[in-house]
Design a protein around this ligand. Structure first.
Ligand SMILES: Cc1ncc(C[n+]2csc(CCOP(=O)(O)OP(=O)(O)O)c2C)c(N)n1
Ligand code: SF4
Ligand SMILES: [Mg+2]
Length: 350
């Protein structure tokens, strides 16, 4: 049997809704350190795309530079990939999606790639609501260049050699919410269930889905004194709600007892179900989301889960009124108006 992804599945293997086995969602063998949080995130991306039946050949994988930005090589080997310049993935993603908005795009960045050299590009990406899943693999350091502090490192956290960070951190979730991203979440590479649900929600969202995933660097930032280590994040994770995801193709009734669950319906009909923990939390209220982020940060905790969502706002491609046919497939005769059209325009200016 030939599959949408091209290669035939091994006999007897479990297939997903588009006839692919999980192996067909894998990438090359990782070259990152054993135990690096980034590897766990790649695994969750593989699982989420397999479960949703995403066609890997219809996916664009984009990244900048860093250990995190190497990750796209380790999932979805049949997807299209572009490893760009440090901090410049957002502009490459914007160009690629404007040329062909029928592709599903996953961008992988690092806290350095996003918060330092790429912060200008990040800011404008969040304002535009480009239909892209943007994942920050956040370890609070520049892993690839041997562990210097990044802009997400907390005040008072230390390097392995004892040097203390004196600068206040950038909170990428606060920035994304303030600037207009329409799906903002924080998770932990070690929280399999929460991260998978959030990734599935992000993949089904039409607009910018920004996920800041705390992802410990076992080689340079996993010691006592780091607030991005496995043990610190495990002890200070404060979920805002227990999150689960129901895709549009699974027509199952959702248990929704008054006061215990809240459902957010995404553009494609998929549902994100937020089960109440010990607090009321409304992820559609920007003010409420920012308040929870500020309060948890003041306590030295990380609010995790779906922090903000607005499924109704138009995405960037729709705002630009692009024609239905992807620009990449239009012939030059259509995309390049003849000289007479330019002359006519110039005449109007005179
Ligand atoms: C223009 C440019 N400046 C600096 C570098 C050096 N450099 C490579 S990766 C990196 C930081 C990576 O940190 P982060 O984005 O957090 O990724 P991580 O390795 O931690 O996953 C830096 C400064 C570079 N490659 N290009
Ligand atoms: S140096 Fe750190 S971030 Fe890079 S692969 Fe190793 S553990 Fe991961
Ligand atoms: Mg980093």
């Amino acid at each position: 049997m030939t599959t949408p992804a091209g290669s035939a599945p091994a006999p007897g293997k479990k297939l997903n809704r588009i006839g692919l086995e999980v192996l067909q969602y894998r990438g090359s063998k990782t070259t990152l350190c054993a135990g690096c949080g980034h590897n766990a995130i790649s695994e969750r991306i593989i699982e989420s795309c397999y479960d949703l039946g995403v066609d890997p050949k219809r996916v664009l994988k984009l990244s900048g530079i860093g250990c995190s930005s190497k990750s796209p090589a380790y999932f979805l080997s049949q997807a299209h990939g572009f490893n760009s310049v440090h901090g410049r993935m957002p502009s490459v993603a914007t160009g690629a999606l404007l040329a062909n908005r029928t592709m599903a795009a996953i961008g992988i960045s690092g806290d350095g790639d996003t918060g330092a050299i790429g912060v200008g590009q990040f800011v404008h990406l969040m304002r535009r609501n480009l239909p892209l899943v943007y994942i920050i693999e956040d370890n609070g350091c520049y892993g690839l260049t041997k562990g210097q502090f990044s802009p997400t490192a907390d005040v008072g956290s230390t390097l392995k050699n004892g040097v203390v960070n004196d600068l206040p951190p950038i909170d990428t979730c606060v920035m994304a919410i303030e600037l207009g991203a329409t799906f903002v979440a924080r998770s932990f590479s070690g929280d399999k269930k929460q991260l998978t649900a959030l990734l599935k929600g992000a993949l089904s969202h039409k607009g910018t889905a920004m996920l800041d995933v705390l992802s410990p660097c076992v080689t340079f930032n996993d010691h006592e004194g780091s607030t991005k280590s496995y043990s610190y994040v495990k002890d200070h994770e404060e979920p805002v709600a227990d999150v689960s995801f129901v895709p549009y193709f699974e027509d199952i009734a959702i248990e929704q007892e008054e006061g215990t669950s809240r459902t957010v319906t995404l553009h494609d009909g998929s549902k994100i179900v937020l089960h109440k923990l010990d607090r009321d939390f409304d992820p559609t209220s920007r003010g409420e989301s920012l308040r929870v982020l500020r309060e948890t940060s003041e306590r030295g905790e990380y609010a995790t889960g779906l922090l903000y969502v607005d499924p109704a706002k138009k995405d960037f491609c729709s705002m630009l009124n692009l024609v239905d046919e992807p620009l990449a497939f239009l012939p030059p005769a259509v995309t390049r108006p003849p000289a007479s059209v330019l002359d006519e325009l110039m005449d109007k200016q005179r």
